[in-house]
Design a protein around this ligand. Structure first.
Ligand code: COA
Length: 327
């Protein structure tokens, strides 16, 4: 039998501070009604001044390790998906390794924006299958509030902070990750990006005055491409495994916008009671959104042994990805 990898435990962490739509009404020209109707978001969490991406990932990873009954020294690789790393370098995975005391692990980061967790899981799955690693910690963590332009109502209502983590090991039966599919299209890089702070537009007084260090997004175009690509990749993943959408127990989509999630579920003919939604509480937490949603689904008993679960994500790059898991 072909070796598979499987997720043996999960953990998540959300910062304590809650920022509701009604509080945002006091900050800028928006309304709870507009945000709720267009996005489904009611509130989001905001990291405090002392919390960077590795701090959030640390809290989520501790829980995942504890639930697996493992110590940090049992991990042999750490992959962190993030676009809001503590610093341009070193990697956030190195900060996380140090915080955990995971002295036997190597670590690196993956930047695939909101698809980052599934890209990282793809790598973890390949490394486990090849026998290169035996126990991998994959974390998705974002402090998006730190790169959000709080004067731009078209973007700032969408994002939030948080982290999720999973531990991946070889599977000893037919459960586990059945397949993961990843895609990119760099031609559409400008739909969602942060123009400043890299080698294209290094940080300078002028880059800061032009607010280049904040997220820029063409919301409408992004919306349309998201719905199309998510349907395509979800169907491809299901077809590859000869599973009909009706055979899915659960769909765990990236939590960007309720209307995108509904449109994708509609196209796949998956009823909404089989779809995990938590964006009302957390907004779009980019690479953290799927591991947080997966953790909440598991903890609330919505996942049973033998269930087929489809994960799907879409984000800056552009990138998109999906994974089919037999739990
Ligand atoms: N509050 C109130 N009004 C707002 C607003 C806000 N926060 N943000 C924008 N508006 C206004 C616009 O200025 C515009 O006004 P106008 O018609 O007078 O020009 C109007 O609302 C409609 O804007 P539009 O951008 O066309 O709205 P939309 O229906 O496309 O919704 C998004 C905007 C951002 C919610 C939606 O495009 C979206 O979710 N896109 C996908 C984004 C995404 O998921 N990105 C991450 C991918 S991982």
């Amino acid at each position: 039998m072909l070796l598979r990898s499987r997720i043996i435990s999960t953990g998540s962490y959300l910062p304590e501070k809650v920022l509701s739509n009604s509080e945002m009404e006091k900050m800028l020209d928006t309304s709870d009604e507009w945000i709720t109707e267009r996005t489904g978001i009611k509130e989001r969490r905001i990291a405090d001044n002392t919390q960077a991406a590795s701090d959030l990932a640390f809290e989520a990873s501790k829980i995942a390790l504890e639930r697996a009954g493992l110590g940090p020294e049992d991990i042999d690789l750490i992959i962190v998906a993030t676009i809001t790393g503590d610093m341009p370098f070193p990697s956030t995975a190195c900060f996380l390794q140090d915080k955990l005391g995971a002295t036997n692990a190597a670590g690196f980061d993956i930047n695939a924006a909101c698809s980052g967790f599934l890209y990282s899981l793809y790598i973890a799955d390949s490394f486990i299958k090849s026998g290169m690693h035996r126990r991998i910690l994959v974390a998705g963590t974002e402090a998006l509030s730190k790169i959000t332009d709080w004067d731009d109502r078209t973007t700032c209502v969408l994002f939030g902070d948080g982290a999720g983590a999973v531990i991946v090991e070889p599977s000893n039966d037919d459960s586990g990750i059945l397949s993961i599919h990843i895609n990119s299209d760099g031609k559409m890089w400008d739909l969602i990006h942060v123009p400043g702070g890299g080698s294209r537009n290094p940080a300078s007084q002028s880059s800061i005055e032009q607010r280049l260090h904040y997220i820029k997004m063409k919301g409408n175009e992004t919306f349309k491409v998201a719905v199309r690509t998510l349907e395509d990749i979800a169907l491809k993943t299901l077809q590859e495994n000869n599973i009909d959408p009706s055979g899915l127990s659960l769909l765990i989509p990236h939590q960007a916008n309720l209307r995108i999630i509904q449109a994708t579920a509609d196209r796949l003919k998956v009823p909404m009671d089989k779809v995990i939604i938590n964006l009302d509480k957390y907004g779009n937490t980019s690479a953290a959104s799927i591991p947080i949603a997966l953790d909440e689904a598991l903890q609330s008993g919505r996942i049973k042994e033998g269930d087929y679960i489809l994960l799907e994500a879409f984000g800056g790059g552009l990138t998109w990805a999906s994974a089919l898991i037999k739990w």
